[in-house]
Design a protein around this ligand. Structure first.
Ligand code: NDP
Length: 283
């Protein structure tokens, strides 16, 4: 990689950032497209987020930025405007500089929908989906499914009130989508709603191999498809349990790839080099 006076800069703002695969993936994309740019992890504590965004404004050679935990929602009021996707998600994972302004976008939902099509061969339209969790990722997934025509969502979360809040937001934006709420607990069963086509885990349970089961995994049965947003370890506890029960199940690496590809396209206006990005993620 050659750095010179024309090099453009891209950043990942998060806290911590050490675990992230985005630097490897985006740098591989810049390399594959011969772009004179670098992508740097930037560990920003919550107390310094405002200062970091001011720093981005001062950078005339800024290509763009990604935003990750815990800043996706906190960054919203610091930006000049939001895209409809970021507005719907109430969170930003991508910042795009446009004519002196910083525009907040959210590519998580679009990335999730592409991964769903690619890896589980399902379209959102008319789908019945169970979403486990009601945090930031659940919000992006729920909004993107509802806006893409999913007909029913069940939001199951440990803290029921949080799921109720999300359900109200989804129905106010997409009144045609039926949304119901359940409390998620270790004896919760996935087979209570037989019309469900896909179960999506958006909780952080499974990040550690010692995490106890999120629900009664023995209630999983084919033809239910399972999408786990967690991608490390690659065979998450839920993916392993679902495969044992005969369900098709995939981890969240595809979503990570496609949200990153959309971010690359927003920053550069070029098609993302998916093969190089996928290869970097596998590495
Ligand atoms: P949040 O902190 O906003 O939400 C966490 C969710 O997990 C909440 O619903 C919380 O429930 C639930 N939860 C946490 N601990 C437990 C537990 N012990 N039992 C049951 N539920 C629990 O996080 P995000 O939504 O931002 O991220 C969630 C996950 O999604 C992370 O693992 C992240 O890595 C992954 N992710 C993956 C992406 C990808 O590209 N593949 C993109 C974005 C996120 P409660 O409300 O009760 O606290």
């Amino acid at each position: 990689m050659q750095i010179d006076g024309h090099t453009r800069l891209a950043f990942l703002l998060g806290y911590p950032v050490g675990h992230s695969r985005s630097p490897a993936m985006q740098q591989a994309a810049f390399r594959a497209t011969d772009l004179n740019a670098v992508y740097l992890p930037w560990a920003v504590s919550p107390a310094h987020l405002r200062g970091a965004v001011s720093g981005l404004r001062a950078m005339e050679n800024l290509l763009g930025a990604n935003v990750t935990v815990p800043h996706k929602e906190a960054v919203v009021p610091l930006l000049d405007r939001l895209t409809p996707d970021a507005e719907a998600a109430g969170a930003v994972n991508t910042i795009v500089p446009r004519e002196g302004a910083l525009v907040g976008d959210n590519t998580d939902g679009a990335g999730f929908l592409i991964a769903l099509q690619d890896e589980l061969a399902v379209e959102a339209a008319d789908l019945h989906v169970v979403i486990l969790g009601a945090g930031g990722a659940a919000r992006a997934v729920a909004m993107s499914l509802a806006r893409a025509g999913a007909c029913a969502l069940i939001l199951a979360n440990r803290t029921r009130e949080r799921a109720e809040r999300l359900a109200r937001e989804v129905t106010s934006r997409v009144p045609g989508c039926r949304v119901s709420v359940e409390r998620l607990h270790p004896r919760w069963r996935a087979d209570a709603s037989p019309e469900t086509g896909v179960l999506v885990n958006t909780t952080s349970v499974g990040l550690r191999p010692t995490d106890p089961p999120l629900f009664d995994y023995e209630s999983l049965a084919s033809p239910l498809l399972v999408y786990d947003l967690i991608y490390h370890p690659p065979e998450t506890p839920l993916v392993r349990a679902a495969a044992r029960q005969g369900c098709r199940a995939v981890n969240g690496l595809g979503m990570l790839l496609h949200q990153g590809a959309f971010a690359f396209e927003r920053w550069t206006g070029r098609p993302a080099p998916l093969a190089a990005m996928r290869e970097a993620l596998r590495g």
